[in-house]
Ligand binder design. Structure first.
Ligand SMILES: C[S@@+](CC[C@H](N)C(=O)[O-])C[C@H]1O[C@@H](n2cnc3c(N)ncnc32)[C@H](O)[C@@H]1O
Length: 239
């Protein structure tokens, strides 16, 4: 095996969390993935913040933490905004944004999510304002946006299937390239809403936000205790 194949961090990512924390996160991830697979055996329907969302098995469902981002989207979006929902999943945040925004582009790398988001935009009467497209991060995204929303996969392990790829992004390839290209897709006064938790490598997210020179404020947060440890979920507003 050549040196390249032995490199444990091919994307240049080295965990910034301590090894014990990384191990704990790996265990939490496995448990959450097994639970998600069991729950996602069939299509699920959610009634959430005034929307009705049908979510197939291979797409990220609405969770107990979704509202931390969803309510922030409703509070942030303005009538004239052109909005990008990166990693749209069920289309949830694109649909919430479309309650106010002029135009929304929703993208995902998961073709099942793209179909689901289109169906949900239709179901919620906003299909005229929401375009859904398959894209690997910004690869098929053009133009600039007043507001970009992203709830990235929190973990950095290799995913085994599409559903797992909603919660883990190997070596944070997608999240890293997202932050390194975000500025060129924002208008001068553009804002971003990013959702993340300490069940991911929060220090690495902070590093990416700092590296790109964003001003960051926390607009929503919730703490819970898991295995005797505190886990925090945060909606960050970046300008
Ligand atoms: C945590 S889920 C969030 C889904 C949805 N926004 C929500 O809030 O329920 C992350 C989403 O990012 C998508 N994703 C992962 N890697 C991506 C990439 N390289 N490009 C675009 N989307 C990606 C996943 O398919 C998934 O739908």
């Amino acid at each position: 095996m050549g040196h390249h194949e032995e490199d444990p961090h091919p994307a240049g990512y080295t965990p910034m969390v301590a090894p014990e924390q990384a191990e704990l996160i790996r265990r939490w991830h496995e448990r959450a993935y097994q639970a998600a697979r069991a729950e996602a055996a069939a299509e699920q329907t959610f009634t959430y913040l005034g929307t009705t969302l049908v979510v197939p098995p291979q797409v990220q469902p609405i969770t107990g933490m979704s509202h931390l981002l969803g309510e922030a989207v409703l509070a942030e979006v303005r009538a004239g905004d052109r909005v990008l929902d990166m990693g749209t999943g069920s289309g949830v945040n694109a649909i919430l944004a479309a309650s106010t925004a002029k135009q929304v582009l929703a993208v995902d790398i998961n073709p099942v999510a793209v179909e689901a988001a289109r169906g949900n935009a239709e179901r919620n009467g906003v299909a005229d304002r929401v375009e859904v497209r398959l894209s690997d991060v910004f690869a098929d995204v053009d133009g600039r946006f007043d507001l970009i929303v992203f709830d990235p996969p929190f973990r950095w392990f290799a995913p085994r299937d599409l559903l797992e790829a909603a919660t883990t992004d190997e070596n944070y390839r997608a999240m890293t390239s997202f932050f390194r290209q975000a500025r060129e897709h924002l208008t001068p006064a553009g804002r971003m809403l990013i959702f993340f938790g300490s069940s991911g490598d929060l220090a690495y997210l902070r590093h990416l936000m700092d590296e790109q020179g964003f001003d960051v404020e926390v607009v929503a947060r919730q703490e819970l205790t898991r295995d005797g440890r505190s886990v925090g979920y945060y909606t960050f507003r970046l300008t």
